[in-house]
Design a binder for this molecule. Sequence first.
Ligand code: NDP
Ligand code: MG
Length: 395
Amino acid sequence: MRQVAVLGATGSIGRSTLDVIQRHPNRYRATVMAAHRSVDDMEALCRTHRPLHAVMGDPQAASVLAERLADVPSVAVSSGAEILDDLVADAAVDTVVAGIVGFAGLRPTLSAARAGKIILLANKEALVSAGGLFMEAVRTGGATLLPVDSEHNAMQQCLPVDLEGRPNMSDVEKIILTASGGPFRGRSRASLDAVTPEEACAHPNWSMGRKISVDSATLANKGLELAEACWLFDRRPEQIEIVVHPQSIVHSMIRYRDGSTLAQLGQPDMRTPIAYCLAWPERVDAGVAPLDIVAAARLDFEAPDLEAFPCLALAQWAITQPGGMCVFSAANEVAVAAFLAGDIRFTDIDKVIAGTLQGIDLVEPESLDAVQALDQAARDVADKQIAGCFTRPEA
Ligand code: NDP
Ligand code: MG
C-alpha cells in the first residue's frame, strides 16, 4: 500500500490525484492532505478519503476544519509550514504529490526531496525559482522525481529511464515542448487589452486552476515549462523547441540523433500523467477515455506568436540571467493575482514582469534564504509596478 501526501488537495491537481487514488483503494491511500483555506472542500474530501492528517496553510481555516471534523477523530487537523515539512518527511509517507500552486509549494516539496521521497511534481514554480537547490536536494536526499506536468510527463515517457526514474539524455538531439496556445491563440495583442479573467480562464482543452489558466493564456506557462524542462532533463534552453499544437493531443516530443522523433499522445486529462507517476514503472487505469485518433482527425503545429504574447519572450530572456526565472515567476504570480482581482489588464501582466526584471539586481540565489529573499524583492518591485503604473480597468 503506497501512502500518499496530497499537497494542494482541494485544487485541480489534488482532485485529479484523489480521483485516481480512489480507483485503486488496494494500492494507494491519501494519508496526508494539505490545502490553504478552502474549508468546505477540505471537509468533504476528508470525509471521503479519511486521511490521518489534514493540514491547512491558514491557521483560522484549520480551527474551523477541526471543529467541523470533531465527529471524525481519526483525522488530525493542524496548521503551519513546519508541521507540513515534518509530515511529508515522515516515514509514514512514501509518495508526495506537489500540487500546491506557486512559490508557497517550494518548502514542503524541498522537504520531501531531502527526505528521499517519491515526488510527483506538478508545482513548477518551485522548480523554476529554486531549480539548483531543488535538484541538489533530490540528488543528495535520494528522492525519485517524476514530472506530472503533462508536457514533461510526455518527455519522461519518451525517454529511456533508469530504475530511479532518471532519464538518459545521451542520444537526444532536441526536446519539442508543445503548447496549446491558450484561449487567445491567433489574436492580435491590441485585441487582448479588454479580455476578462473569465475569458482568460476558459481554456479550450484543459480544466485547471485559475493561476495556471491565466499563465496558459499569456504563454508565461510555456516560459515556466521551458525552465522546468531545462532542470528536469539537464538541457540548455536552445536544446528545447517550443511549438504550438492547438489540439493538446501530442503532449511533447523527443527527437533523437538518428532522426526518430517520439511523441506521447493522450486526452488532455491530468489523470493520465498522475496515474503514470503513481504507478510507475507499472501502469494503472486512470479513468480517462481512450484517445479516438480518427475522431481527433488532425494534429496542427505552428510557431508561437511572441509579439502577441511577450511573456514567453521575457521568460526566454530571463532564463539566461542569474536568478532571472525566480524573479520572472514571482512577478508573474503577483501580476496574475492582480489581473484576477480586476486591478490590471491582461496586457499589463507582461509589463509588470518586464518592469520587475528591469528594476531588480539579478543574482543567482545560492541558498533557500537567498531564494526567498529574491522572491520577496521581486514581489515588492512588482507591487510597485502595479500601484504606480497602471489604473484599474473600466468595469
Ligand atoms: P489550483 O488553484 O486548482 O489549486 C491550488 C491548490 O494549492 C489548492 O489546493 C490550494 O488550497 C493550495 N494552496 C495554495 N496556497 C497554499 C498554501 N500557502 N499552503 C497550502 N496549500 C496551498 O491549482 P492547480 O491544481 O491548477 O495547480 C497546482 C500546481 O500544479 C500549479 O503549480 C500548476 O502550475 C501545476 N500544474 C497544474 C496543472 C493543471 O492541470 N491544473 C497542469 C500542470 C501543472 P485552497 O483551495 O485552500 O486555496
Ligand atoms: Mg503543462
